[in-house]
Design a protein around this ligand. Sequence first.
Ligand code: GFP
Length: 815
Amino acid sequence: MTPIQKEVASKLRYLLGKSKDYDLKDIYQGTAWSVREHLIDSFENTQDYWTEKDPKFVYYLSAEFLMGRSLLNTIYNLGLEGEYGKAMQQMGYKMEEVADQEHNAALGNGGLGRLAACFLDSIATLDLPGWGYGIRYQYGMFKQLIKDGYQSEVPDIWLTEGNPWEVKRHDICFEVGFSGKTSSSNGKTVWTPAEKVMAVAYDNPIPGYNTTTTSNLRLWDAEPITEFDLEAFNSGDYEKAVEERERALAISAVLYPNDSTPEGKELRLKQQYFFVSASLQDVMTRFKAVHGDNWRLFPEKACFQLNDTHPTIAVAELMRLLVDEEGLDWEAAWSITTKCVNYTNHTVMPEALEKWPVRVLAKMLPRHMEIIEIINAGWTKFLEDKYSGLKAAERDQLVERMSIIQENPWVKDEMQVNMAYLAVVSSSAVNGVAYIHSEIVKADIFNDFYKLFPEKFQNKTNGVTPRRWLAFCNPGLSKLITDTLGSDNWITDTYELSKLAKYADDKAFHKKWRAVKQDNKARLAAVIKETFGDDVPLNALFDIQIKRIHEYKRQYMNVLSIIWRYKQLKKMTPEERKKVVPRVCMFGGKAASAYDMAKRIIHLAVKVGDLINKDPDTRDLLRCYFLPDYNVSLAEIIIPASELSQHISTAGTEASGTSNMKFQMNGCLIIGTMDGANIEIAEESGKENMFVFGVDADDVPQLRKERKNLKTDKRFDEIMADIEGGMFGDKEYFKPLVDSISNMKVGNDWFLVANDFASYLDAQEEVDRVYKDVDEWTRRSIMYTAGSGKFSSDRTIVEYAKDIWHVQPLKPPAL
Ligand code: GFP
């Protein structure tokens, strides 16, 4: 037995109570618990070192961390693959099948949560003192079932078998209060919450790649302060006996409870405040232990990155803690707060720029509402002075527009707090997540603020970790790259990948490159076989669109083009069909549970697949699959296998996109609009190598105005008529979908599907033409990977560290 085999056997015996008859799940558990020990050694070593040296830390506050699985990532990052690989082999298991037993940690919805996970990997790999802070949701992102073609949601129960990747810190817990009232005594404000819960810390060590650093993601679990009300129980009130417990558990129960109801909204605000308060108390407790009440030093030791508006209440909480609890005067506290807080905006979608009714905030967090009012009073006063030269009416209008507390235009007499404005006013730096998006942030959503503080606004183009998204998920390509470049330095310096450009026309290299892709396609084909029972032709072009389902991301337009392709195929003679490039089109993504239109789009994709996948005339040439329950692990199989990926949002709507970067790294060609990070990908990998279509962002506002007069493409009209006519069944169900983009007279089609459709079809024809030219396709594929160096999250994090956080690497000594 190797030492690792012994470790695994010991975990199986003493933790799981199994000395024989193991199944794969047991092996996973035994292996994971043994890897955990190595991880914790490294974790302790790092944290001890950092505590001793007391550097400045960045704290990444995020309501979402979409971590996926940890086993392989941890083994690889710690450099233990050789030892574990050997042990597994001797025990008669394949590492991949063992790893497959792990639940996905799905504490996030999509891009925003996955970005946070990539950032943690880079922070650790770059040895930067930094932690993530979030919520330990009992149920993560729902599991998506497709039943009769409709999405249904079932809870994601991911913790029942225990989680080897976390350590509960019984001793690190903080009270978090809600509601109640405020009073004043001796000039001090005292908040007496009506309800309190305990936030208990769970540490999730985050190993850096090829370094001694193991950082931390601290997630908070909500627990009752009094476990059980024995008095109530003894007097027969059984419900009351467990009431407090139930209320507490609800806070960390589910990722994004459906907030279409007032109760859902309140719970979400509770979640946000809960994790932010616990995190700030935690950081401040550590600070105090070393520096006492020398709070002026605090900005030199800590900074907080707000991942979107979700943690913005941190501003009011930090003020409360400094003023009410630590006794600082308002001005000193404000100066500290504004030095410590920074805000990243991830979207221009109005529905995602959170606004809380004053009524709700005042009820749930009365002291925080008072603080926000004071901040706003100071802010509007500042604006009035600043713009005192303007005419009164103009000035008032401007101040009203920029006020943090505003009237809700849709609800009579309702005032609301604009959380994004609160974040902008209180932050040192505000950034968008791709060049075009940061420009839109300045020119559009925060234009008034930009004019006032241009120096606050920055761009930090997103990135993805090349470890998970190339080195580990695509071992074939990873090996080929390392063999070709003569080293694996590219894993931490992705600009090294540019050296692949030399091989873009090398036919021998082409052959190897294509062989890897074929293997990866076979791996995905096996998933399709298992899910749908279908064999898919491996000579077909694998065409993928995976992301949250949303009208702006335009999965709908993709489905329409598949319908058009099918109709063309049906009209062709057998001779003509021989010249056609076969395609397997795949979708993956979840629709938010209350997002009706997105659910209809899923249904259409499924119904289109049902029709065409069975048609003997076309099934060798065209397939359409909606892969259920898209998640990180599925992405790790899909992305290496894809040849064409679709990033086709209406220009100006997708802030960045990050899957586009993952596809690019894996040598997958992109069909896309000049939106988000597509623009920068085109700059790096060659616009001529991308299938670009659609209008530019600058033209979108005008086109939206002109929609009513748009003469639509004949092909588009035909497809609309087919759906309306029942070609895919469910006429009534699809009607709102058809209306949403075809009835322009009433101002529909906000996302300009009809407008962009013709140029999209042209781009698709170009895809077919290039795919037939195998050398040209392979050349482009190599150029994609070669141009992907910029999109490592290491590059992004270095920029944040230098321009916003001002934190320095601090690598712990080897153990
Ligand atoms: C959001 C934006 C994306 C962006 C990510 C990360 O993603 O354009 O790339 O945040 O910044 F929409 P979703 O959470 O919406 O997928």
